[in-house]
Write a protein that binds this ligand. Structure first.
Ligand code: TXA
Ligand code: MG
Length: 337
């Protein structure tokens, strides 16, 4: 199929694509998503085919306003409304108990569903015009880094989707924070643009799922089924270097061999002359590092580097999300400088 390019003004065409059961690349503030009508079992099944996504990995439903929650969810705790009030529209997904109306293809048979009200104005306009909940995973082929601009998504999805809407580069750059509100205390399943510290301000105690910070053992089941897959995996093996940024840069320089690539903070780029280098943003700017991380990983897939060294921020604020994505790309192969 030909994949139609739509611009940000072609909201009506985008909504019509969703309403007739098509697959649509949609910009969000986090990453580009692969959207379909979330009430149409067959359309949702096509998302799995286009991505090569395992069937047991549920999808998130995107809604234009918080008051749509009751249409698809039940037993909604007060905490959900408090979070919606503070962080929606925005990069936060809540896991809640779903109503029978949500198709099995979305939930992968779980009794819960992920709900998100995105902030990107073009995305919101499309959701409103379509007047549908839109099921959308990240718009990458399964196992590749999530796309943070239209070109990256087309690299994976050209010819596999009906259309894609150009909403410019994503402002957050990593996927939404996922919080499970069906248990007490609420549990952080995936760190993202809404930070753990911000969630704690609203919720008090928050449990952090072990899959956020370490590799799951063979017999362990992370609560977010998607967290068990080796996501964001570039072709070359990755080693993450933690610790003081200057020490980390020197560590990489000492261990670097010919054919290795480097993802480093902007300040240290000159240390790696002669090697393929992707600057990840200033060392004290984890928000910029979040915007850059998937692009940097994706860049190396187009090269023949044999190994990637990646500097990693401290796991605080949005640095927790950056560090989680890098650690997952590295299969949790981490060294301390
Ligand atoms: O920012 C985002 O959330 C992006 C944009 C497009 O909105 N979407 C996204 O979707 O990242 P996806 O499918 O790539 O990641 C969703 C994650 C997966 O790890 C999945 O297993 C988990 O959410 N998930 C979905 N429904 C769940 C549920 N009911 N319980 C636990 N985890 C769930
Ligand atoms: Mg994904």
């Amino acid at each position: 199929m030909d994949t139609l390019r739509l611009n940000a003004g072609q909201v009506a065409e985008a909504a019509a694509t969703l309403r007739r059961g098509g697959l649509l690349g949609i910009p969000t503030e986090t990453v580009y998503g692969l959207g379909a009508n979330g009430l149409d079992q067959e359309a949702v099944e096509r998302i799995f085919q286009a991505k090569g996504r395992p069937q047991d990995n549920p999808l998130i439903l995107h809604i234009p306003t918080a008051d749509w929650l009751e249409r698809y969810c039940e037993d909604i705790p007060a905490a959900a409304y408090a979070l919606a009030e503070r962080f929606w529209p925005g990069p936060l997904t809540m896991i809640l108990k779903h109503k029978p109306v949500v198709p099995r293809a979305v939930t992968a048979g779980l009794d819960t569903v992920g709900m998100r009200c995105p902030a990107h104005p073009v995305c919101r306009a499309i959701l409103t015009a379509a007047d549908l909940p839109v099921a959308a995973p990240s718009g990458n082929t399964s196992g590749r880094p999530s796309p943070t601009n239209m070109a990256d998504m087309l690299e994976d999805m050209e010819g596999k989707i009906d259309g894609i809407v150009d909403g410019g580069p994503c402002q957050v750059g990593v996927e939404s924070t996922i919080i499970d509100l069906t248990e007490q205390p609420p549990r952080l399943l995936r760190p993202g643009g809404v930070t753990l510290e911000e969630l704690e301000e609203v919720l008090g105690e928050v449990a952090v799922d072990p899959a956020v910070t370490r590799l799951m053992g063979a017999g362990e089941q992370p609560r977010a089924p998607g967290m068990k897959y080796r996501h964001y995996a570039p072709k070359a093996p990755v080693t993450v270097v933690r610790g003081d940024p200057a020490d980390g840069a020197r560590y990489i320089r000492r261990h670097l061999t010919d054919g290795d690539g480097v993802i480093c903070f902007n300040e240290f780029v000159p240390l790696f002359e002669g090697h393929p280098v992707e600057p990840s943003g200033p060392k004290d700017d984890p928000a910029e590092q979040a915007r850059r991380v998937f692009d940097a990983l994706r860049y190396f897939d187009g090269t023949d580097v044999s190994h990637i060294w990646a500097q990693c921020p401290d796991p605080e604020g949005i640095g927790l999300a950056v560090s989680n994505r890098l650690n997952k790309a590295a299969g949790f192969h981490i060294v301390q400088a």
